[in-house]
Ligand binder design. Sequence first.
Ligand code: FAD
Length: 292
Amino acid sequence: MSVGLNIQENVPMRQFTSFRVGGSARFFVDIENVDAIVEAKKFAKQKEIPYFVLGRGSNVVVSDGGYEGLIIRVARGLSHFSFEDNLLVAGAGCPLARLARSSITHNLGGIHLLAGIPGTVGGAIYMNAGAYGEDVSQTLLQVKSLNASGNVITRKNVDCEFSYRHSAFQTNQEIILEATFELKPSPAEPLLAEMERVMSERRQKQPLEFPSAGSTFKRPATGFPGALIETAGLKGYKLGGAQVSEKHANFIINMGNATAQNIYDLSQFVIDRVKENSGVELTREVIFIGKF
Ligand SMILES: Cc1cc2nc3c(=O)[nH]c(=O)nc-3n(C[C@H](O)[C@H](O)[C@H](O)COP(=O)(O)OP(=O)(O)OC[C@H]3O[C@@H](n4cnc5c(N)ncnc54)[C@H](O)[C@@H]3O)c2cc1C
């Protein structure tokens, strides 16, 4: 089936990424359905360029020099969702926060504490996003994805290789299309109260007033990134327009005029200084694409 793809050229990526920095994508397409993804992949193959799947861009920084390929954005299309008993089926482009809130009104728990994560279902599964003891892998039953050969396949939870901020999708080049979550029946009122408590904790502890991509570093085997960064004396440290947040040291924030390079360089500086100071090697949770 032929789908008219609206592929645009030289599209600034700062508008589609939560850090609000970075250059342009050589090609960009907002997909509406699975056929459009197939066509977009074909386009990249014909042009012999790489492609990158973008959700809501809340964990991605594009280099100031841009991305020399095709950005396939799955955040406007594939945003359907429906509940049946305790099962929730959601398209990859659906905002996780919307599902978290909606699940509460359906008297279902299990993803309600993920309401503060500003990504899509696809991005959350790819990252195995989590917060306050809940992560996506705990309630996910199965995922439909488009594999490298162009077939739509279904993976059960056990075949997704979930671990802390990790899934099989980080290496298998599959594009996530739809997920089914198995939630727990529970009265709405306590779920709502719990969700509101963690949302208020986020507002108190996280610098939500500045653009960022949430936690910059993953939790290492020992210690917490925030404490390690603070002990290395880097809380509030600035590099160009980027800063290690005064409010939460594991957040690098854009103070308004940061470049993507400022953010990358500051994250590298933090990695080096923490390693010198405590011997722990932090690894980035934020994904940098293009040349740095
Ligand atoms: C203020 C703030 C708070 C945050 N808090 C948390 C938190 O508490 N816990 C947490 O885990 N994260 C948190 N994050 C980070 C981020 O929101 C999550 O990682 C989120 O899951 C990313 O989803 P996204 O749609 O924005 O993905 P993107 O940032 O667009 O992409 C992330 C990765 O997923 C891949 N991807 C996206 N969609 C698909 C798809 N359909 N198929 C295959 N691959 C895909 C991309 O290629 C990319 O590699 C926070 C970010 C911000 C800005």
